[in-house]
Design a protein around this ligand. Structure first.
Ligand code: NAD
Ligand code: AKB
Length: 313
């Protein structure tokens, strides 16, 4: 259910998710109703109105919301797990203050709906790592994960306290061919395709047997749009929903790529991101998303690999 009158603001529109989300929402609402905002202009998005905006500047954010009569905000600006560990205090500031600015403007009724993504990074080494359920032990060990866990609790609090219609998904690592990843631990699963096609070899920064949940960007964008368009009464979780995606190791994705590029080889040289990956689940359960708003993913590992190689080639 969506209303053609809604006007959308995507903050962090120049990032890995933003570029694809702007394009998909533009198909539904029309390009002129989907406003792309980021710190700097976005070459890939020529047709949508663009606003140069720092989400930490609440007055400027309100100005953009009023100027375009925005109803829905998708807040994507954040530092991810790897870059967050390099700059912890700034990661905390950006990830939390950006969220507060948007939630406060929703509380003050300047906007009627908010989307804010969480991550599998909310889980930690004490979480059951296989088939991680929605409700379980959560002791994240990265600044990024701590900010996402805190953000989830704040979203729920703004919903209960002020009735803010905020919706959220715990994305796994996202894999798409239209845009580059921005500093996460799961980025290898995008880089591997570019290197396989260009050089037929890839040096992976995670070990061969590191299983992590991942998802094709097309599924992630569809999940985002579906949860934002679901009737409010179906959204039973106002923290964030687990999404399962597909779980695989570098060795397994490399073997799948080899079916298409037989002379592809992979080598391994782990770095600090290995410790982050070791603290995250290997596989996730998504029963609540399936039951509440009827979520179902389309891609498995073979179809994801085929799609990525075809499009990047
Ligand atoms: P990204 O790093 O690719 O993009 C973030 C964008 O935000 C960039 O274009 C950046 O210029 C912009 N930005 C940074 N600071 C800003 C500011 N102060 N004001 C306005 N814009 C600013 O990130 P992404 O991968 O697209 O992720 C988007 C969101 O989804 C993040 O909250 C991230 O935690 C979450 N997420 C992503 C993944 C993934 O695999 N990509 C997985 C789980 C969760
Ligand atoms: C990261 O690796 O930081 C992100 C994520 C899973 O949140 N891709």
């Amino acid at each position: 259910m969506y209303n053609k009158e809604d006007k959308i603001l995507i903050i962090g529109a120049g990032g890995q998710i933003g570029i694809e989300l702007v394009q998909e929402l533009s198909l539904l609402y029309g390009s002129s109703n989907v406003i792309a905002a980021d710190l700097k202009p976005i070459e890939a998005l020529e047709v949508n109105p663009f606003e140069k905006l720092d989400v930490l500047d609440k007055d400027a954010l309100l100005g953009v919301i009023k100027k375009h009569k925005i109803s829905h905000v998708y807040l994507l600006a954040a530092l991810l797990s790897a870059t967050g560990e390099q700059n912890p205090m700034f990661a905390w500031k950006l990830n939390m203050e950006g969220l507060f600015n948007v939630l406060d403007l929703a509380k003050e009724k300047h906007i009627s709906r908010v989307y804010w993504p969480s991550s599998i990074a909310v889980f930690g080494p004490t979480t059951p790592r296989i088939n991680t359920p929605q409700y379980t032990v959560m002791e994240p060990t990265t600044v990024y994960g701590i900010s996402k866990q805190a953000g989830e609790r704040w979203c729920e609090w703004y919903f209960h306290k002020y009735g803010v219609d905020v919706r959220s998904l715990r994305y796994p690592g996202l894999i798409g061919w239209k845009s580059a990843p921005g500093g996460g631990t799961t980025d290898y699963a995008v880089h591997i395709f570019h290197e396989a096609l260009k050089n037929k070899t890839y040096e992976c920064f995670l070990s061969a047997d590191t299983a992590l949940p991942m998802m094709h960007m097309e599924d992630a964008i569809r999940a985002t749009i579906e949860i934002m368009h679901a009737p409010a009464e179906n959204i039973k979780i106002r923290g964030s929903y687990n999404l399962a995606g597909i779980s695989f190791t570098p060795e397994q994705i490399a073997a799948e790529i080899k079916k298409h590029i037989p002379d592809f080889t992979i080598t391994y040289k782990t770095d600090f991101r290995q410790d982050i990956a070791n603290s995250w689940p290997q596989s996730i359960l998504e029963d609540e998303a399936r039951n509440d708003w009827k979520w179902s993913a389309k891609y498995n590992l073979p179809s994801l690999v085929k799609n990525m190689l075809q499009n990047l080639a």
